[in-house]
Design a protein around this ligand. Structure first.
Ligand SMILES: Cc1cc2nc3c(=O)[nH]c(=O)nc-3n(C[C@H](O)[C@H](O)[C@H](O)COP(=O)(O)OP(=O)(O)OC[C@H]3O[C@@H](n4cnc5c(N)ncnc54)[C@H](O)[C@@H]3O)c2cc1C
Length: 464
């Protein structure tokens, strides 16, 4: 170890919401620790999701659902109340709903996370430092973890936490080889969209929440032409409403194990609700609290069955659109400007002008070429670390410090977040949280997942 190697009790790799909330929870615990957060972005707490600058790129849940404090469900509502009273987010008054029902812009949510970190720092004897760099390699010995940064510097921690978030599918070698990365516009890059001919046709691959954001970006950029959306199943996210509470039917019944049984029971409950004039979202929302248990207990065959048959349905029914964005999409569909088509993307086609893509419409054998002035790739996330072209995931796999999680989704860990090495040994030094644990819990990404994991992991690390 060189003399200049900085040392810490906890090294957090990634300073998005997960890494930042872990730091907040560690700061709140008794004792004094040195915490280093390694994050290449200029600001902590934001990551990709909460670096958004457009007011129209909002959270997909209202303030009442998005607290980062598992002990206080009203934490975001309280912060927002103070923020709005101090003159912030004046546009919120136009919505005429209570503050708890507002869907805050994601950039504002990033500020909330940052302020909670600043407050926790101000009253703690522990220290948090932001090291602005990318972690590119890690070595673990019986007493510590040594992280190498892209600057060449090394940091040593009594333990390290992988909080590197999600990796966009377009950054993987597979899609890079199709040239998609270079040809596609960033779904959140409003200035680039403003340079398009407003009447031109824009093609979008993927029809999930990133597509919804991309449509908001296009509208904001002044685009008024056709938008052609292609996705394998052609399913659009449902709009999030505020359903009443519903009996937690899964709490009492632990007999449902196969995805088919589960789906049948959820459908039955939704029909029951509809017959009583109650929103189907009410029974569906009770399922969320059981997903981690159901997923982690399921056999590999059942997990595969879920991914193959239930996932598209779950994604469109559970991961819902914020109402204002959903209204925009619905309006454009009514006007005939936006079409969602079930077709799989087969690659880019060389074209003299604009962008040409090859797609295969569902139920057809032939490949069709579609032309547009621009292309937006909103086809999602790469959870298989073996295909992520970033140095740290590759080094961790190469050194055998981690192994792929179930179904190759993220990495494997025990119930407390301690990662499993290539031989299946539980690490004493290396932990993970958030999206890298997708394969362990299925839902391991949303604000509420991250908030709960941060609290539990902080307590686990403090016991050491
Ligand atoms: C566009 C978008 C919108 C979303 N909207 C919502 C929403 O409305 N509601 C909701 O509940 N969830 C939403 N999510 C899910 C969201 O991912 C989580 O809420 C949360 O951001 C996860 O935090 P994270 O810190 O684990 O990951 P990220 O936010 O991805 O942050 C990970 C950080 O790690 C850093 N990093 C990566 N590799 C390294 C490395 N090797 N060294 C150092 N740093 C590294 C990255 O720079 C990044 O800042 C959204 C996600 C996206 C992408």
């Amino acid at each position: 170890m060189s003399e200049s190697t900085r040392v810490a009790d906890v090294l957090i790799i990634g300073g998005g919401l997960s890494g930042t909330m872990l730091a907040v929870q560690l700061l709140r615990l008794p004792g004094t620790r040195r915490i280093l957060i390694v994050e290449p972005r200029a600001e902590l707490g934001r990551g990709e999701a909460y670096s958004a600058v457009e007011l129209g790129h909002t959270l997909n849940g209202n303030a009442a659902r998005m607290s980062v404090d598992p002990d206080n469900a009203d934490d975001l509502t309280q912060w927002l109340t103070d923020y709005i009273s101090a003159g912030g987010w004046p546009e919120s008054y136009q919505q005429h709903v209570p503050i708890s029902e507002l869907f805050p812009p994601r950039g504002l949510f990033g500020l909330y996370a940052q302020q909670r970190l600043a407050q926790a720092k101000a009253v703690s004897t522990s220290i948090v430092e932001h090291i602005r760099a990318e972690g590119v390699d890690l070595q673990v010995d019986p007493t510590s973890a040594l992280l190498t940064l892209d600057t060449g510097e090394q940091l040593r921690g009594a333990c390290a936490v992988v909080a590197t978030g999600m990796f966009a599918a377009a950054r993987t070698p597979q899609t890079e080889s199709t040239g998609l990365n270079a040809a596609a516009l960033d779904p959140w890059d409003v200035p680039a969209m403003a340079r398009l001919d407003p009447q031109s046709t824009v093609l979008i691959i993927g029809s999930g929440l990133t597509m919804v954001d991309a449509v908001v970006s296009l509208e904001q950029a002044g685009h008024r032409g056709p938008i052609e959306v292609f996705s394998r199943h052609g399913l659009l996210p449902h709009v999030r409403r505020q359903p009443p509470s519903w009996d937690d039917f899964l709490a009492a019944d632990h007999s449902l194990s196969s995805p088919r049984q589960l789906l049948r029971e959820v459908r039955r409950q939704c029909q029951l609700a509809l017959r009583q004039g109650i929103d189907w979202q009410a029974p569906l929302d009770t399922v969320r609290a059981h997903i981690a248990r159901l997923w982690s207990q399921a056999s590999e065959a059942h997990k595969r069955q879920f991914v193959r048959h239930v996932r598209p349905w779950w994604e469109s029914h559970h991961h819902r659109s914020p109402p204002l964005s959903a209204q925009l999409v619905a309006r454009l569909q009514e006007q005939g400007r936006l079409r969602i088509q079930a077709a799989s993307f087969k690659g880019l086609v060389p074209s003299q002008e604009g962008v040409a893509i090859a797609v295969r419409y569902r139920g057809e054998d032939v490949i069709t070429q579609v032309l547009g002035a621009a292309l937006i790739n909103s086809s999602g996330i790469e959870y298989d670390w073996r295909r992520v072209a970033r140095p740290l995931p590759q080094q961790l796999l190469k050194r055998g410090l981690v192994q792929p999680g179930p179904l190759a989704l993220g990495i494997a860990a025990d119930a407390t977040g301690a990662v499993l090495d290539a031989r299946g040994q539980v690490s004493q030094r290396l932990f993970a949280m958030g999206p890298p644990l997708r394969g362990m819990w299925w839902e391991s990404t949303a604000v509420t997942d991250v908030a709960l994991q941060a609290k539990a992991l902080a307590a686990r690390l403090a016991q050491r």
